[in-house]
Ligand binder design. Structure first.
Ligand SMILES: [Zn+2]
Length: 199
């Protein structure tokens, strides 16, 4: 183990832990001002803020990676032709809402499409931490959560969506999104309380 001798002690431990165990990650999609209390905000999005905090608490206890994926658009992003300018990079609208328990060591992924993987380091970060299972929360179930789950599925991750911690503009869209991910990507749809029991 010549290579290992060059590692610092902490790195050695981390390396061995990563070899032995798969990690899980909690991904919180687009819980930013624009989609909570801004241009595309809604009561439905606001209603899951505290529930997501509870999921974050459970996830910290279980040593999950905590990842916030957020829209951070640039002028020429294709999506702007559909929705108009929104959540522009560097704006207040693109900031994660302060009510969420985001800490310094949490990972923030800036995305410029519906998909949290496209043009981002998300896959690389997950691979570096040997993550196999992803637990999705946030908004919108049928748009950014769905596209991120799709890409996760293409990359071979096991996907979960926590149904009481995700929302859409209405119940119909939410139900459509959940059903689609379950049927097409084999996503497991669970409730917040079930997360604590998952081994
Ligand atoms: Zn967007």
């Amino acid at each position: 183990m010549v290579i290992l001798n060059n590692f610092q002690k902490n790195d050695k431990v981390k390396f061995i832990v990563i070899l032995l165990f798969h990690m899980d990650a909690l991904i919180i999609v687009d819980m930013i001002h624009e989609f909570v209390d801004g241009k595309f905000g809604s009561k439905r999005a606001k209603s899951i803020v505290e529930k997501i905090n509870e999921v974050i608490k459970i996830s910290r206890e279980k040593n999950f990676l905590i990842i916030f994926a957020k829209d951070s658009h640039r002028e020429n992003d294709p999506e702007l032709s559909v929705w108009g300018p929104h959540a522009m990079d560097g704006s207040f609208a693109s900031e994660i809402v302060s009510e969420l328990d985001k800490r310094e060591n949490d990972i923030v992924i800036k995305k410029n499409t519906y998909d949290s993987f496209f043009n981002t380091d998300l896959h690389k970060i997950l691979q570096e931490n040997n993550v196999k299972r992803l637990f999705f929360t946030g908004v919108s179930t049928d748009i950014c959560v769905l596209h991120s789950v799709a890409h996760a599925f293409f990359l071979g991750y096991e996907t979960y969506v926590i149904e009481d911690c995700t929302e859409s503009i209405n119940e119909r869209n939410k139900e459509f999104g959940l059903k689609y991910m379950k049927n097409i990507y084999g996503t497991k749809i669970i409730k917040m309380k079930e997360l604590g029991e998952i081994k």
